[in-house]
Design a protein around this ligand. Structure first.
Ligand code: M6R
Length: 600
């Protein structure tokens, strides 16, 4: 959600900003803009729509070696050029880009800006107008910037230019991600290192409620009260090829195909020299001490949590509750005596999950984050982290992070069982390796799956996914994938629930996709398929070798039943991908969605 790029150095910032914004497109946005400062003053270009349009418009000869850029995902005010960032103060002296939400912007407007006529509907404009007010009072940009930050409540990542000073870029953050990139004779600022990896792989963290002043050669980090701080930089272990599409037409397809490699990498990362599981001993102790586990997550990660509950309960014997992050704080269950909270999040930045983390930390409970992004907020603020090692996931629709989440969860469950000396007839390393091979078999069947997508999903307004037991959770994930990228209204249901209401929606030709990978519900899910077929549904069964019957549309290679959700999701991801393609949708950047949802 929203992206920031900034540059200060000797070169022209325009190309760096535009390239960086293009790399942040995956986060989701609806307008974009850049501002550059040179000897003639500020030059600003903003557009509603894509960075490519901004690029065309910015071609009109603007330049400068200090600049800030932004992609905006609308929260306060519609997507428009006026509401797009950067925003400028009344006199034009201060120019700002901002990610996050200023919760007290109405109060700030009433108290400080009664006499200011605002141009946009954004909370961001309040910050820059406030900056100007406080500059009038303090006559010093650094002091006014710190004083402005002190007044803000909510989340923000901010980069600001003072048009009277071509040598300084002002930066601050609270709860929203922002990094400083360090180069020879330049500095960059970015919401995500991916944006500026071409420029540098050395980065510095900014902590909440800090102010950073950047020149071409210096970085000054200070608290809001002016105390200067030292911080070591670190190297980002990312390669440009990790974040490029290569020969693929879409990131989503590349990421679907990467899943076998991701599983093999997870095996490598979590296997010890005796072919056992290697997990941080502190996590082992936390798992052993828990009398109940609370999994907190959103979207696809929530679906992974539902499957993970089965792993932990069946293998390690610890009761698990899975909660939607945005609901938990408002509807908190009665907690057990010794709970452990597990946050599952690809991005590690989901604001809804973070709100729960903040709350449960206040209550003194331990937290483990399972995430794909080392150094992300949820990772830093939890007591422990398990990494997914899935490599950057850029398509908005999550695919490889989901299978990675399941793989890490099963390893955690088995490891916990072993430390509790439970004897298991299940070798997770072997079974994950078999699952990786099975996924490869399926990703080789793209043509078959594309044909199914064409036949079942090209023109339909709606679709249903059904399953029982673990297949039900995969059905929910299949429905989410389909709706988010193809805009087909889709629902994932427990097969047994159909006749309690939803079957009323079945008409001649309604697609119903059923999963049949679980032995003890195979008979009953097939019964549910018969019920909808009798009412005209266009049914498609995805089963597993050994449980298959004549006319099943797709038969998955046989794998351990517990791990079926890692494999049965693959055809659903591919069905969604091809359905979106055939319906001419923007697969990687679906409308209204953002990759990391950094506002509650
Ligand atoms: O980064 P997170 O895993 O915390 O994100 C949670 C959801 O926003 C995310 O899974 C979303 O549902 C995806 N677009 C699904 O494909």
């Amino acid at each position: 959600m929203c992206g920031i790029v900034g540059y200060i150095g000797q070169n022209d910032a325009k190309g760096i900003l535009l390239n960086g914004l293009a790399r942040l497109e995956y986060r989701g946005y609806d307008s974009a803009g850049i501002a550059l400062l040179n000897q003639d003053g500020i030059q600003m270009t903003k557009v509603k729509g894509r960075v490519a349009v901004l690029e065309e418009k910015a071609d009109e000869g603007i330049s400068g070696s200090l600049g800030i850029g932004h992609t905006r995902w609308a929260t306060h005010g519609v997507p428009s050029i006026i509401n797009a960032h950067p925003h400028q103060s009344g006199t034009g002296r201060f120019i700002i880009v901002h990610n996050g939400v200023i919760e007290n912007y109405e109060a700030l407007k009433r108290e400080y800006l009664k006499d200011v006529s605002l141009i946009s509907d954004t909370d961001t404009e309040i910050i820059v107008q406030l900056m100007e007010k406080l500059f009038e009072r303090f006559q010093d940009t650094r002091t006014a910037f710190c004083e402005t930050m002190k007044l803000l409540k909510g989340s923000y990542a901010i980069a600001m230019i003072d048009a009277e000073d071509r040598n300084t870029l002002y930066v601050s953050k609270n709860k929203s991600p922002l990094l400083i990139g360090i180069g020879e004779g330049f500095h960059v600022v970015a919401s995500d290192a991916m944006a500026t990896l071409k420029e540098t792989n050395r980065y510095l963290e900014i902590h909440d409620e800090e102010v950073v002043l950047l020149t071409s050669d210096t970085v000054t980090i200070q608290t809001l009260t002016g105390e200067e701080l030292e911080r070591e930089s670190y190297t980002v272990e990312l390669d440009l090829s990790d974040i490029e599409k290569g020969t693929y037409s879409h990131y989503m397809l590349k990421e679907i195909d990467e899943q076998p490699f991701v599983l093999r990498r997870i095996i490598e990362e979590y296997q010890d020299e005796n072919n056992g599981i290697s997990i941080d001993p502190a996590i082992r102790i936390a798992m052993q001490q828990a009398d109940r586990i609370y999994i907190i997550a959103a979207g696809t990660s929530y679906h992974a949590g539902l499957v993970g509950k089965g792993f932990i309960e069946k293998l390690a014997g610890i009761p698990v509750e899975v909660h939607i992050a945005s609901e938990f704080n408002y509807n908190m269950p009665i907690l057990s005596d010794s709970p452990l909270f597990i946050f599952i999040s690809q991005s590690g930045e989901t604001a809804d999950s973070r709100a729960v983390l903040v709350q449960i930390k206040k209550m003194g409970f331990p937290a483990l984050t399972i995430t794909n992004v080392a150094g992300s907020t949820l990772s830093r603020e939890a007591d422990y982290t398990l990494h997914l090692h899935a490599g950057p996931e850029i398509a908005v629709a999550s695919t490889k992070a989901y299978t990675a989440q399941l793989a890490v969860l099963v390893l955690l469950a088995v490891d916990t069982a072993e430390t509790k000396e439970v004897t298991l007839d299940f070798d997770p390393i072997r079974e994950l390796a078999i699952a990786a091979n099975a996924i490869e078999v399926l990703t080789d069947q793209k043509e078959t799956i594309e044909n199914l997508a064409r036949d079942y999903l090209t023109t339909t307004p709606n679709a249903f996914f059904i399953g029982r037991s673990a297949d039900y959770y995969v059905a929910m994930e299949g429905a989410l994938k389909l709706k988010e990228i193809s805009y087909i209204q889709a629902e994932g249901l427990a097969g047994g629930e159909l006749k309690h209401g939803t079957i009323a929606l079945i008409e001649e030709g309604t697609p119903v996709i059923a999963l049949a990978t679980q032995v003890y519900v195979n008979y009953s899910i097939r019964g549910n398929v018969q019920e909808v077929a009798a009412r005209g549904a266009n049914t498609l069964i995805i089963s597993m070798d050994g449980l298959n019957e004549e006319n099943d549309a797709l038969v998955l290679p046989e794998i351990h039943e517990l791990l079926a959700p890692l494999v049965s999701v693959i055809p659903l991801q591919l069905l969604a991908y091809y359905a979106a393609l055939h319906r001419d949708c923007d697969v990687d950047k679906p409308r209204n969605l953002a990759k990391s949802v950094t506002v509650e």
